[in-house]
Design a protein around this ligand. Structure first.
Ligand SMILES: Cc1cc2nc3c(=O)[nH]c(=O)nc-3n(C[C@H](O)[C@H](O)[C@H](O)COP(=O)(O)OP(=O)(O)OC[C@H]3O[C@@H](n4cnc5c(N)ncnc54)[C@H](O)[C@@H]3O)c2cc1C
Length: 312
């Protein structure tokens, strides 16, 4: 079952009052640095450089979500275009990950589409790739609709599918049939009700391996099908490795992805074993909701934070 603690922390990640309190405490900023590369683009490029130096790929996330005006959403898109140019100029190996609610999804779908299109077009011109992160289920349909419109025009864009949603198998199947299945598969990071999502963790895990298998099995039938397995769960990772090995699937037909600061040992191990390993590297000042979701995923993180707060 979804733990009440996880549920509460994810709910708090949306509270502006709690944000003011947490962000105002110096220890929070220090702890957030474990998961965030820094506040500036230069910090992020440095983190990518170090990541690449260890043989790992990267995807860059300019933190921010739930923007409610066009001006702010346009500034966010401009920053991503600046990031794409910096990636090109510095020669580091990274693509980018964006959130549609940072690009104006709450303002207007058409505005959001055009704002994101600017980024995808800039990335295409620079030979780079854009991943659209997936947020909570009220925006799944609209996010996939925007993705399909972009993907019909540009090959250099992919999206995320969350294994906790019942609908995901159908989404994966239809995206594969449309030749649009450049997909990051993850378990899912938001609070979702039983009406739309598996609640028991074993069922989420089972659907995750089911979707990975579905994609790996379908690569010959549906060209363009490429799964990125985004998980720190060693059972999911070992299962994927074993499945690929037993079915003769080459290591360049899929990749692993993990978040900056989490399971670095495992990240390095996979890269050393010859797997494609991509690290999701967030930067910027608006780290609060991202940080809270990371606390929610692991009670030990919260305990560590609570101890630091009371100075122990
Ligand atoms: C690259 C990447 C991109 C993602 N993009 C999205 C997205 O677009 N939309 C979305 O909804 N979700 C996204 N997620 C988050 C994902 O949905 C999960 O919430 C998160 O990855 C935790 O699930 P898990 O697969 O790691 O397995 P879990 O079963 O949660 O964890 C397995 C083990 O991993 C380690 N671990 C997991 N989380 C943490 C943590 N925070 N701190 C320390 N150790 C941890 C622990 O050892 C834990 O026992 C993304 C995750 C990754 C890795």
């Amino acid at each position: 079952m979804v733990s009440p603690l996880r549920h509460t922390l994810i709910a708090l990640s949306k509270s502006s009052q709690m944000q003011k309190i947490i962000v105002g405490i110096p220890i929070s900023r220090r702890m957030a640095r474990r998961f965030v590369a820094g506040e500036t683009l230069a910090d992020a490029i440095e983190a990518i450089r170090a990541t690449n130096g260890a043989g790992l790929l990267a995807t860059l996330d300019y933190l921010g979500e739930h923007v409610y005006n066009q001006a702010e959403a346009s500034v966010n898109a401009d920053e991503y275009i600046r990031a794409l140019q910096a990636i090109q100029q510095t020669g580091v190996d990274a693509n980018i990950s964006i959130k549609l609610t940072a690009m104006g999804l709450a303002v207007d779908d058409e505005f959001c589409y055009h704002n994101v299109r600017r980024i995808v077009q800039a990335a295409a011109e620079l030979g780079n790739f854009v991943r659209i992160d997936m947020e909570d289920s009220p925006v799944t349909d609209r996010s996939l609709h925007i993705y399909r419109r972009l993907r019909a025009e540009f090959p250099n864009v992919g999206v995320v599918i969350q294994a906790y949603l019942y609908r995901s198998e159908e989404d994966v199947r239809s995206l594969m049939e449309q030749g649009m299945a450049h997909l990051r598969l993850c378990k899912g990071a938001y609070n979702e009700p039983p009406a739309v999502a598996f609640q028991p963790k074993p069922e989420v895990d089972q659907n995750m391996t089911h979707l990975i298998q579905l994609m790996l099995d379908s690569q010959a039938q549906f060209p363009g099908t490429y799964p990125a397995v985004a998980s720190h769960d060693h059972r999911i990772i070992n299962w994927t490795k074993a499945y690929a090995h037993h079915h003769g699937i080459a290591t360049d037909r899929f990749e692993f992805q993990m978040l900056y600061g989490i399971r670095r040992d495992l990240q390095q191990q996979l890269a050393d074993q010859g797997y494609r390993m991509r690290v999701y590297i967030p930067y910027g000042t608006r780290w609060y909701p991202y940080f809270m979701r990371r606390l929610a995923e692991r009670p030990a993180n919260l305990l560590f934070f609570a101890r630091a707060l009371v100075g122990n």
